[in-house]
Design a protein around this ligand. Sequence first.
Ligand SMILES: C[S@@+](CC[C@H](N)C(=O)[O-])C[C@H]1O[C@@H](n2cnc3c(N)ncnc32)[C@H](O)[C@@H]1O
Ligand code: SF4
Length: 459
Amino acid sequence: MKIFEELLLKYNVPVPRYTSYPPANHFKDSYSENDFIRVLRGSNERKPENIALYFHIPFCEKICFYCGCNACSIGNGNMVKPYVAALKKEIELVSQYINKDRPVSQIHYGGGTPNSIDISFIRSLNDYLFSEFSLIENPEIAIECNPAYLDLKYIDDLLLAGFNRFSLGIQDFNTEILSKVNRQPSAIPPGELFNYIKSAGAGTGVNFDFIYGLPGQSVSSFTETMQMAAEIKPDRLVTFSYAHVPWIKKHQLILEKRGLPSAGEKTKMFLSAYDLLKESGYEPIGLDHFVLPSDDLYNALKEGNLHRNFQGYCTRRTTGQVYAFGVTAISQMDEGYFQNRKEIKDYISDINLGKLPVERGYILSDEQILARAVITELMCNNRVSFSKVASNHKVSVDMIKMSINFDEIKMHDMERDGLISYTPDNIEVTETGSFFIRNIAASLDKAYREKVQTYSKPV
Ligand SMILES: C[S@@+](CC[C@H](N)C(=O)[O-])C[C@H]1O[C@@H](n2cnc3c(N)ncnc32)[C@H](O)[C@@H]1O
Ligand code: SF4
């Protein structure tokens, strides 16, 4: 796959990742607990009907210098017990407002490093959920794990606790590169981990996460890592572009001293990975995911049913209103988003006072709900039909176009650049355009210009 230099120069500008619309940097501090309660109550009547539960476990053994997640050092581990107790109390608090007759379709533990805490804490949380909620048949129960701290006994315990999707943060197979970013390699060879998890049964899925753009990485080193990954053949593989945001994550400044690859080198790393993974039988999904053709996500893409939330891609079957628990966790409901307190001590203290720990949030206007439908459709399914979105929302096509930053001249410009094919009812993203999907979405986003300097660049 070749991308022309001029396109890269033209489109390598800061743009949102659109894991939500509007993106999280639009959230406001002015929302209160009462606003959250109103939106929680309203979510019982909204589509999708299912419940999705997210648990944020912020603790990590040590902090990787590239990390952009909401993570903190586990230290002596003293905070874990009160933190998990607060999570349970938070479920009780939120449960007062949601209709628990709706089934749970997705449970996701993210972080930080969920496997940094003793398995008994996770087991007791899951047991509590299984006793309090009903589940759809084959719900997705997923956990993000750092393989440096994962052994076979812990995997057995996670399987017994009900998990059926394991997301392993490999990042790179090259141990010299890992040491430059303050990270330990996998304790057990990733191929063995993969085989062990898969031997639990056909319903068990494994994702591998990688990052390109780290100090010490080159096109040949990253291609070698991708080659090793393709030989192991996890069901899903994610190649994250390293997001450098040192104004938010100060520890990332260390990487500037260790020599970050240029934007051009980063693009070549991604394109080489893209070609290799496609030749190895993977199908690209959205921004940075690759899946085997037998995977649910690929079927959903073919049918135009792919969705996305802060936890990643999902299918219509597992999509739900997301209720999120823990420090910094973001509940993602149809009407709006609410993020929890950012400091663990504040989070625990609010919960112990019986308060929902709201830090900030966002309630969408009717116009923004329409804009979100267009942008999500484009980001997930690589195409959007204005008339289909209009009919789903029972409004006119003109109304949809008024809700976004619709500009025919821009559409034709992107068509000339080979990023989209365009008719007045349809935007279809081309293979070249899929590399610039964030730019295409941003061109339709009325709110984009306000915050342009706060995003990372696409490459
Ligand atoms: C919460 S972590 C995964 C679990 C575990 N903590 C680990 O590191 O293995 C989620 C993923 O985000 C990705 N990530 C973290 N910081 C990033 C950054 N600055 N840019 C791009 N991806 C990043 C990493 O690939 C990581 O696996
Ligand atoms: S990448 Fe994972 S292990 Fe490393 S600091 Fe971030 S959350 Fe923790």
